[in-house]
Design a binder for this molecule. Structure first.
Ligand SMILES: *Cc1c(COP(=O)(O)O)cnc(C)c1O
Length: 366
């Protein structure tokens, strides 16, 4: 058994179900080319699964990664009652394994679940599952800046019934995928003028599966014009810049860093709040306030817009090389001393145990 951080080793752990473990007889790791990983395509040997039925979470198990057998009438297929998370584990040169602010992810999946009428998952069982699963598959985590293990917890509604009401049963699953620092190529974005990803009172702040499906069509339209992503604006007036599809966004106007405050349309990203903390520590002039399309377009025209970058767990920080608004494209030449590069370096060094962790963000798994 791994050691638990005393913070999570609460009394209730003794009452949570023990996780049954079935190990794979044949690891797949020998077949994986770790220097050539496509993000999210390869999965490790094991997965965690836990069922919710009769009013509580039960049958926690770790077993070989493989297909689920789910009835076609399961509610997740009809009403999209599903939420997920994205987080990473890192290995240092000594073989120690760390998570980055994992308490934020379990709290957030439970906030997402609540909004989707899904029962919350016990925090201590989540940590126990992560410990045991990562311990089993730790060979899949490679040391070195950029290498990581992407962790995908998710919850799906499994009741076999097509009536439009919340499911009475669910599965909470965790799968693991080895990841490399990926070069996203040039990222050019379109500021949304017509479509929206989230509305007031909606589910934008939740990592709800349906939020992503709804973005694919408008994002495809942007791709046809040579842009990779959409920066979503407020649904009412398309006046305020909110966030990208899977990343929060930052704007640097001269030496001031701007980002929108979170609200019920914007996902409260862990990377976003970490960048904000690093910016404050660095004494960067930072404004967390609504950012208008107008001010950014004006700044770009006047040469004051220095950078736009996205912040999210998968790519950490993604510099944006240009944007389009009302069919005019504005280029953003790479900066010598970019905030994007600086914060990416500081963040990844903390994540990989290569730098001090003054914020207490690293969580040692083993
Ligand atoms: C996951 C996500 C983010 C980034 O959150 P992190 O916690 O930094 O990974 C930003 N926006 C959306 C819509 C997301 O789904």
């Amino acid at each position: 058994m791994p050691n638990f951080d005393p913070k999570y080793n609460s009394m209730s752990l003794t009452t949570t179900p023990v996780i049954s473990v079935e190990k794979t007889s044949q690891s797949k790791i020998e077949n994986v080319d770790f220097s050539n990983l496509v993000f999210g395509k390869v999965f490790t040997d094991h997965m965690f699964e836990c069922e919710f039925k009769n009013g509580h979470w039960q049958n926690a198990s770790i077993r070989p990664y493989g297909p689920l057998e789910i009835d076609p009438s399961a509610k997740v297929f009809h009403y999209g009652q599903a939420v997920f998370e994205g987080m990473k584990a890192y290995k240092d040169e000594d073989g120690s394994v760390f998570l980055f602010r994992p308490d934020e992810n379990i709290k957030r999946i439970n906030r997402s679940s609540k909004r989707l009428a899904i029962p919350e998952f016990p925090e201590e069982l989540f940590f126990q599952a992560l410990h045991q699963l990562i311990e089993l598959d730790k060979e899949w985590i490679k040391p070195g800046l950029g290498n990581s293990l992407y962790i995908r917890p998710f919850v799906i509604a499994t009741e076999n019934c097509v009536s439009a009401s919340p499911s009475d049963s669910y599965k909470f699953i965790i799968i693991l995928s080895p990841a490399q620092a990926y070069y996203t190529g040039e990222v050019k974005v379109v500021f949304a003028e017509k479509y929206s990803r989230a509305a007031d009172g909606g589910v934008g702040y939740a990592k709800a599966a349906g939020n992503y499906a709804a973005q694919f069509y408008p994002t495809n339209l942007a791709k046809e014009k040579g842009f990779q992503q959409v920066v979503w604006t407020d649904a009412n007036e398309h006046k305020y810049l909110e966030e990208a599809g899977t990343m929060n966004v930052f704007f640097r106007v001269n030496n001031t860093l701007l980002t929108a405050p979170t609200n019920d349309r914007i996902l409260d990203g862990v990377t976003r709040k970490s960048v904000i903390a690093l910016a404050r520590r660095n004494g960067v002039d930072l404004e967390v306030r609504p950012v208008t399309v107008d001010e950014i377009v004006t700044a770009a025209k006047q040469g004051h817009l220095k950078e736009i970058f996205g912040a999210g767990t998968a790519a950490v920080i993604s510099p944006v090389s240009g944007f389009s608004y009302k069919d005019i494209t504005y280029d953003l030449p790479l900066q010598e001393d970019s905030f994007a590069a600086k914060f990416k370096k500081e963040l990844t060094e903390i994540q990989h145990n290569l730098a001090e962790d003054p914020f207490g963000w690293r969580y040692k798994v083993m």
